[in-house]
Design a protein around this ligand. Structure first.
Ligand SMILES: [Zn+2]
Length: 344
């Protein structure tokens, strides 16, 4: 069968720490809205993480990214009981597998001012040491105004962008919009579901259709923003063609005249954020026509080979630098440790 080649794909918003979450025990109470999903699921999970869990969670996520043709990941990280050194663990894991990573620690006041300071320090330490990073902020609604100011100031000092969840749920509509109005060209503003129409923003809005549907937060309608729009998974894998298809049909659900070129342009924004994936990485696909109208309705184009900087990192469905079976086995062990920690 004919094949074709594209650049490496980019996931513009991921959470490597969440790869172990699949199959986790049900929360003590059934979440009924966005805030209780955070409280019952994600904030219990991130609190239970340690550095060993992170290592294997990141390796598993990186392996699965390559298997989907994704060679670059923009990650947003939180592990409040294992902050120091966490970004190094994620970076080392991705480097071992052969995936490009830009990460950030999501600063928050949910664990008091000491937690916020430790998060800021981890961003600064990692970036000053030469790591490919941004300054992360969880979301304005979980931070004191002084912490928001400190994160913005640190990003300016380090000459990197801010990577932050913005107006994902209605609870962050006010603080999120206020923060978005302060944005700069190099910021990544994630979700934007509850931002007002016509808001003047710099930076890139990253749309995460599967996550938004899963959390019932509403439709971001990213076509209404005048700034750049990218695509992310919000931690649910790194299959960007799948996310593109979902972005298209979700747009189509409210506008039957929508064409897949719009969602495709959102996918292409990833290359503006991570040009190395476009310029130096290649993916061979077992499908001859890798274009918007084909891929909107083709659900299973197979990755044949992935090359990062010319090196084959994935071939015949599996990774070349790491043993996929070992990564999956170790990740499964760490998932059991994580699930046990959640029961405490
Ligand atoms: Zn997120």
């Amino acid at each position: 069968m004919a094949t074709s080649t594209t650049p490496g794909l980019v996931c513009a918003h991921h959470h490597l720490y969440s790869a172990l979450a699949r199959g986790m025990p049900a929360p003590p109470r059934t979440p009924t809205d966005f805030l209780s999903i955070l409280q019952q699921v994600w904030w219990r999970l991130d609190t239970a993480l340690d550095l060993e869990m992170l290592e294997w969670s990141a390796k598993l996520a990186a392996v699965e990214a390559l298997q989907a043709g994704t060679t670059a990941i923009i990650d947003h990280h939180e592990s409040p009981n294992a902050i120091e050194g966490s970004l190094d663990v994620l970076a080392a894991a991705c480097a071992e597998v052969g995936v490009r990573l830009r990460t950030a620690y999501g600063v928050t006041d949910r664990h008091g001012p000491e937690g916020a300071l430790a998060g800021l320090a981890e961003n600064e330490r990692f970036i000053r040491a030469g790591g490919d990073g941004m300054v992360g902020l969880h979301a304005a609604f979980t931070c004191d105004p002084a912490t928001v100011d400190a994160a913005i100031g640190l990003a300016e000092d380090l000459e990197v962008g801010l990577h932050v969840h913005v107006a994902e749920g209605a609870i962050d509509a006010g603080p999120g919009a206020e923060l978005a109005r302060r944005s700069d060209d190099d910021w990544i503003l994630v979700h934007g579901v509850h931002l007002p129409d016509g808001i003047d923003i710099d930076g890139t809005i990253v749309h995460n259709p599967r996550s938004n549907l899963n959390n019932a937060v509403g439709y971001a309608a990213p076509g209404r923003f005048s700034c750049a729009v990218g695509l992310g998974t919000d931690g649910i894998g790194a299959d960007m063609l799948d996310e593109f298809r979902l972005a298209f049909v979700q747009q189509r659900a409210v506008d039957v005249t929508a064409t897949p070129e719009t969602a495709w342009s959102w996918l292409e924004t990833g290359w503006d954020l991570f040009p190395e994936a476009r310029d130096a990485d290649e993916v061979d696909w077992g499908y001859p026509e890798m274009s918007a109208w084909h891929l909107a309705y083709t659900t299973s184009p197979q990755v044949r080979e992935v090359r990062v900087d010319g090196e084959v990192v994935c071939r015949d469905g599996t990774t070349t630098r790491v043993d996929e079976a070992e990564v999956r086995a170790k990740a499964a062990e760490q998932a059991l440790r994580l699930f046990a920690a959640l029961e405490v």
